[in-house]
Ligand binder design. Sequence first.
Ligand SMILES: C[S@@+](CC[C@H](N)C(=O)[O-])C[C@H]1O[C@@H](n2cnc3c(N)ncnc32)[C@H](O)[C@@H]1O
Length: 223
Amino acid sequence: MEQANDELQKIERAYDSPPLWYDIRGFFILTFAYRSTLWAQIALFGGNMGPRHLEGAIGSGTLCGIILAWRRLTGRPVKSEIVGFDYAPSMLAGAIRRFKTTPNIRLMQADVAALDLPDNYFDTANVANAVHCFPDVDGGLRELHRVLKPGGRLAMNVLLFARGIQPFKWIAEKIDTWGMRKGILYTPYQEADIRQRIVDAGFDIEREEVSGNTYNVVARKKS
Ligand SMILES: C[S@@+](CC[C@H](N)C(=O)[O-])C[C@H]1O[C@@H](n2cnc3c(N)ncnc32)[C@H](O)[C@@H]1O
C-alpha cells in the first residue's frame, strides 16, 4: 500500500510541468519513442467513442480535444456523456481549462486502479499513451473492465520495448530510459505480456496490431 502511494506521488511530481510543455515534449515522444503519428491515434481512438465514454488518463486533454474536433468535422460529434480522469493535478488542470465550455465533459482526479465510478456504466473507454505509465497496470485494467458495460470496448496503445532498425531503435531506447528516470514512463511491455494481462482482466481481444513501437488494441468486455 505504501509502495503504491509512493508510485502515485512520483506520477504527480513527474507530470508537474506546464501543459504546453507537456504537449511539445509529447510530440517528440510520439514521433521518436512510439514511432506513431497523430493520425494513427485519431483513427484508433476516434473510432471508439460511444454514447457514454470514459477517457482514461486524459492528460492535458489536447489529444482528446483534437479527436472530438475531428469527429465534429466528420459529422459524428459526441453528444452524450464523457468522463475524463487523470491522476496528475497539473495535467488535469490543463484539461479543465481546455474543456471549461464543453458541457458534456466531466473531469475528475483519479487513479486508474481505484475509480470512483459505477459498475457497467460506459459504452467505451480510451486510454491513449498511458497504459505503460500505470504503476498498477493489472489493477487499472480490472477497473476499466468493471466500469464498462458488458460488450463495451476499450481502446489502448501500449508502448513496447524498442524494436526495428537502427538508429531508430537506439533513439527510442534512450527516450525510454530518460522517461523511466523522470517517472513519466513506468515500463514498456512485451506484446505477449500486455496482451495476456488484458485477457486476464476479462477482455476479449477484438482488434490488435503492432505499429512502430506500440501495441494498438481494441478489447471487448465479454457480454
Ligand atoms: C503520456 S500522458 C498521456 C495523456 C493523454 N492521454 C494523451 O494522450 O495526451 C500519460 C498520463 O497518464 C497519467 N497517469 C499516470 N498514471 C496514472 C494513474 N495511475 N491513474 C491515472 N492517470 C495516470 C499521467 O498523469 C499522464 O497525464
